[in-house]
Ligand binder design. Structure first.
Ligand code: ATP
Ligand code: MG
Length: 251
C-alpha cells in the first residue's frame, strides 16, 4: 500500500495536526513506513513531534526551491515515522506560489520520487483553502477531514467540497474522500451525540467508524514533543488513534 492522504479542513482547531501526528505514529507502530509532511506554516506537527522549525530545512525548500525531499526528511522518536518539517520560510509560501509556475502541482512533483518508499504519506494542511491546501489535494490520493463534534461544525464543509470538485476538475480527477473523522467527542454530552447523528444523516457513508474522544492527554502530548502512543500508550486517545490506523488499513 502506498497512499498519500491530505488531512484538511479550512476550519481551524478541529484536530488536523493531532490526527497527522497520532495517526502517523499509530501506522508506524504497525510496522508501516510513514512520512508526515508539515505543510502548515504554524509548524505544529513539527513541534509536536519534538523538532524545531529550522531555517532552510523543510518542505518549503523542496516545494519552492526544487530541493530533493530525500534530503529534507528526518527520523522521529517512533521507528518508521519520518517528518518533512516546516521551516520559517513556509510562511511566505502562499504568496510565492501565487506567482510560481505549475503552482498547484509543486508538492505532487516533489513527492513523486518518494511515494514508493512509504506506505502512507500524511500531509498536515493549514486552516485555509489557499495554494498550500490545493497543492496537498493535488498531490494526494484522498482527503481525511477531521470535524470537531460541536454545533456548526459542518458549516464550512460545502466550501471544502466545492474546492474538492475544483481540484478534481483541473488537477486530480482521482481524488476521493477517505472519510470524515469526528474529533474531540465528549460522550457525556447529548450535543456530541446529536452532531454525530447529523453528520451520519447528511453525509451517508463518509463518516468513519472510529471517533476520537476529547482527551486532555491528547492535548498535552505535543508539549512534550511526543505522539500519544509514547506519551500515554494506555490512554483512550492512544487507543482511538490505533483504531483509526486499523480502520484505514482495512479500507
Ligand atoms: P489548526 O487549524 O490551527 O492547524 P488543527 O485543526 O490542526 O488546528 P489541532 O492543533 O490538532 O487542530 O487541535 C487544536 C487544539 O485542540 C490543540 O490544542 C490540540 O491539542 C487540541 N486537541 C486536538 N484533539 C484533541 C482531543 N481529541 N482532545 C482534546 N484536545 C484535543
Ligand atoms: Mg494544525
Amino acid at each position: 500500500m502506498n497512499k498519500i492522504i491530505a488531512i484538511a479542513n479550512q476550519k481551524g482547531g478541529v484536530g488536523k495536526t493531532t490526527t497527522a501526528i497520532n495517526l502517523g505514529a499509530s501506522l508506524a507502530l504497525k510496522n508501516l513506513r510513514v512520512l508526515i509532511v508539515d505543510f502548515d506554516p504554524q509548524g505544529m506537527a513539527t513541534v509536536g513531534l519534538g523538532k524545531a522549525k529550522e531555517k532552510g530545512k523543510g518542505i518549503y525548500q523542496v516545494v519552492l526551491n526544487g530541493q530533493d525531499v530525500m534530503d529534507y526528511m528526518i527520523p522521529t522518536e517512533v521507528e518508521n515515522l519520518f517528518l518533512c518539517g516546516c521551516s520559517p520560510e513556509l510562511s511566505g509560501a502562499e504568496a510565492e506560489l501565487f506567482q510560481a509556475s505549475e503552482r498547484e502541482k509543486r508538492l505532487k512533483k516533489a513527492l513523486e520520487s518518494v511515494r514508493k518508499l512509504f506506505n502512507f504519506i500524511l500531509i498536515d494542511c493549514p486552516p485555509s483553502l489557499g495554494f498550500l491546501t490545493i497543492n496537498a489535494l493535488t498531490a494526494a490520493d484522498s482527503i481525511l477531514i477531521p470535524v470537531q463534534a460541536e454545533f456548526f461544525c459542518m458549516e464550512g464543509i460545502p466550501d471544502l467540497f466545492h474546492t474538492l470538485d475544483m481540484v478534481r476538475t483541473y488537477f486530480n480527477p482521482q481524488l476521493y474522500i477517505e472519510g470524515i473523522l469526528l474529533t474531540m467527542f465528549d460522550e457525556r454530552t447529548n450535543l456530541a451525540k446529536q452532531v454525530a447523528e447529523e453528520i451520519k444523516n447528511s453525509l451517508k457513508g463518509v463518516l468513519l467508524n472510529t471517533v476520537i474522544p476529547r482527551s486532555i492527554r491528547l492535548a498535552e502530548a505535543p508539549s512534550f514533543g511526543k505522539p500519544i502512543i509514547l506519551y500515554d500508550p494506555k490512554s483512550k486517545g492512544a487507543e482511538a488513534y490505533m483504531n483509526l490506523a486499523e480502520e484505514l488499513i482495512r479500507k
